[in-house]
Design a protein around this ligand. Structure first.
Ligand code: PGA
Length: 241
């Protein structure tokens, strides 16, 4: 894994944006995997500003989002569909965007459809990942086995707790999610793992301690031939650069 330790979050977002800009220059119709959460917010700001300035062109690119809560209405303020529209898709034009549908009647049929769409697009050229405090990637939570294709997952207490900050007091938080599977993540030609903040230092340290922890889904990335870790100093404090 290549490591790019940046001074701060802003620099990390610039560095990650540079990788996406290079990818689009080389292949304008790239299939890009995109993530949600607080980490990508600065990166998407950078996409919007570079695209507005004519420095990045997403108009031929295809976007596949990693995951979505289930069940959730697409127009719910906390749906990942709403997040993506607000932070990126309302500002930057893509040829196509695909997010697992949180209001599908049958989640399994929706996952099969998502798999078929990703396969028809030719798989991911470049995938953006964050990491959860428990080592999840997408919504692949720690487990004893991991589906290769998209599936419906039970969110762990830890993830529910971490994400409860986004839901109003007393609001029913979805306890399931639809997520891209580990096989699809692993098949991405290049992965950018963007990590920021002291709160992630512990999981980052564990990830790089030289063991393949099967209960840390992010450990699969240690075996992938083309992952670039873009991390700020606060998150990287426990590892050698
Ligand atoms: P965060 O989430 O960016 O909000 O920390 C990352 C993740 O859970 O994958």
């Amino acid at each position: 894994m290549k490591k790019n330790v940046c001074e701060n979050y802003e620099e990390a977002c610039q560095a990650a944006a540079d990788i996406f800009a290079g990818q689009l220059k080389q292949k304008p119709d790239s299939v890009l995997g995109l993530a949600t959460g607080s980490t990508p917010v600065g990166l998407y700001k950078e996409f919007v500003s570079r695209s507005g300035a004519g420095k990045m062109d997403f108009s031929q690119a295809h976007a596949f989002n990693l995951d979505e809560y289930y069940p959730i209405r697409a127009d719910h303020p906390q749906s990942y569909k709403t997040f993506m529209d607000e932070h990126l898709f309302d500002h930057v034009k893509f040829t196509s965007t695909r997010i697992p549908c949180g209001e599908a009647t049958d989640p399994h049929i929706e996952c099969d459809g998502y798999d078929a769409d990703l396969e028809a697009a030719g798989g991911l050229d470049l995938l953006l990942l964050g990491i959860g405090h428990n080592g999840h990637i997408g919504f692949n939570e720690p487990a004893s086995s991991y589906p290769l294709g998209a599936y419906m997952v039970d969110l762990t207490e830890e993830t529910l707790e971490a994400n409860s900050r986004f839901f109003c007091d007393g609001e029913k938080q979805p306890v399931n999610a639809l997520t891209m599977g580990i096989g699809q993540i692993f098949a991405a030609k290049h992965i950018v793992l963007l990590i920021s903040g002291a709160g992630k230092a512990e999981i980052v340290k564990k990830l790089f301690e030289g063991k393949l922890h099967t209960d840390i889904p992010a450990c699969f990335l240690l075996l992938h031939p083309n992952v670039t870790l873009v991390i700020d100093k606060d998150a990287a404090q426990g590892i050698k650069s």
